[in-house]
Design a protein around this ligand. Sequence first.
Ligand SMILES: [Zn+2]
Length: 160
Amino acid sequence: MGFDVLDASAFYAGIPFASSQKHHTTPQVFDEIRHIKAGYGGIEALLDVGRLIVMEPPRDMVLRVQQTVKKAGETGKLSDADISVIALCAEHSGSLVSDDYAVSNIAKIMGLRVVPVMSAGTRRLKQWIRYCPSCKRKLQSEARCSVCGGEARRYPKFVG
Ligand SMILES: [Zn+2]
């Protein structure tokens, strides 16, 4: 298996638990998913057994991703965490597991392989959970958070 990199949407989908493969992510994404308790208390256990590896991407690669984001006109749509996982993936010529449209788009522009969350896992989709990435509130169908104006994101919830 290759070098698999997970963004936040992959964590919310439970991908680290859906296979016994080794996964990589960045400290920024790890920070983000630690604050949203999506019912996965076992993430620290994955760290312990070496199935989840947290790595910092090199600074020059982060700058390259930021330039690509700017050129693509996607400034403001990607968080520092999003940019960090794309950079880590690019540095190691890996595969990016993501269901985030903006993240996938930039990764594809940079010639990276993107694996949609739905095909990386094996479980059946139950519903999509929408949330604000800035203040972590759960949202209904609104496009933006009514408290801080953050653009809604979603993650899939699975049966079983
Ligand atoms: Zn908000």
